[in-house]
Ligand binder design. Structure first.
Ligand SMILES: [Zn+2]
Length: 117
């Protein structure tokens, strides 16, 4: 028997994870076209001095992408509360090494409890 309150909380958590994932992959896919468009726009407005603005814009864009990726990778599963995309193991020494623990931001199920995204 399903508890409707729990199901709606799971669905809200899954919706939040999907939204975060879309933001991260949107930022990833948009890096080149957005930066080219901003660079061309700034060049049309400011001419030769546009690099003084387009380079900081690119750095802020990359920083935003990095923060969004970190927030997504550590996002908890709405069912088991473990990181949805990163496998953690109690057998490890406590050091955090993603390449040793496994997981992927491309995962469509929780790596711990298999809750579908
Ligand atoms: Zn889970």
């Amino acid at each position: 028997m399903n508890d409707p309150g729990t199901d709606s909380q799971l669905e809200a958590g899954r919706r939040k994870l999907r939204l975060r994932k879309r933001w991260v992959f949107g930022l990833w896919l948009g890096f080149i076209p957005v930066n080219i468009a901003v660079h061309l726009g700034l060049k049309a407005l400011f001419g030769a001095g546009s690099q003084a603005l387009s380079v900081p814009f690119s750095l802020v864009y990359l920083l935003t992408f990095g923060v969004a990726g970190l927030l997504l990778s550590g996002a908890p599963c709405p069912r088991c509360q473990e990181p949805f995309f990163i496998r953690t193991s109690p057998n490890l020494t406590g050091s955090f090494r993603l390449w040793e623990q496994g997981g992927s931001l491309l995962a469509v199920r929780c790596v711990h409890c298999a809750l579908p995204l």
